[in-house]
Design a protein around this ligand. Sequence first.
Ligand SMILES: *Cc1c(COP(=O)(O)O)cnc(C)c1O
Length: 356
Amino acid sequence: MIPVTKAFLPLIEEYKEKLNEIWESGWITNNGKFVKQLESQLRDKLGVNYLFFCSNGTIVIQMALKALNITGEVITTPFSYVATTNSILWEGCEPVFTDISSRDFNIDCSLIEKSITPKTTAILATHVYGNPCDVETIERIANKYRLKVIYDGAHAFGVQYKGKSLLSYGDIATCSFHATKIFHTVEGGSISCNDALLADTIMKYRQFGHVYDEYYSVGINGKNSEFHAAMGLCNLNHFDEILLNRKEICQWYDIELAGKVGFPIPIDETTVNYAYYPITLENETILLKIIEQLNEQQIFPRRYFYPSLNKLPFITKQYECPVSEDISRRVLSLPLFYGMGKEIVEIVSNIIKKNI
Ligand SMILES: *Cc1c(COP(=O)(O)O)cnc(C)c1O
């Protein structure tokens, strides 16, 4: 069986070495040594002043909305994982879906101002597939209307835009370290910002709103454990090697498929992290045929993302997102994971080419 993705695992000896240390200290959670080590390494790697290692990539979006006091309407992208929309709804805010660009599939900045009303307080956009949103235009609009900016950077680990870490843009950026992501801690995520006061609020939110016997605010349990941090420390050592391997696999796909299918095209001056290999087909009928034939070969690509989030059954308002609805019907993420053989690229590409 060939899945769309498969988690990288370090040698078990590397992980056991960390486990031995955990057993010796007896400290297994609550801001332990490995959590602090991982946070420090991630702050360096991602070029952010403040970063907190949390339990997953969804709770950090909720914490971001809370920490910035977001209420009312949040302008957001319909082309993302459902966690982006759910976080807005869970925090009692209203998502206002704004269509995407057909070039890079990120929120279309030329449409944002039309979505702003007196109730708008924030923009929550996703750097989809690790390709940067137009962060400069978003910042300009946010300053003009005094809106906060949150980036769901779940796909954006390690990406540099204009020589700066993509996760350093916005008031807050989040990331996911779920097992399906390019850098993972089994389950996990991060929330980062460059403002000291905001970081202090986030630090307290992560641990129930209190520090020892001083109670400051409401809070939640967003902590993660030494076991997860240990996996992160092991995997971080292998990140460059993982990236190179994924790059090679993407290049094999490129040779087979360039000019034959569509791709999202990132804006200039960005690096790429090979987090996904999404293609667009001419229509949904062709896409479904390709999926069926791949499944017959025990290969399971993923409709990532489908449906367009404005069409979720629990969204009752109507939004005009023709580009997102069109792309989501005909986009497919192909299998891509560390160590994947060239023969898989060939089987997948041949089935695609036979059907287009
Ligand atoms: C994976 C993902 C999330 C959620 O991350 P978890 O760690 O699984 O909670 C949020 N947003 C996007 C865009 C994602 O791909």
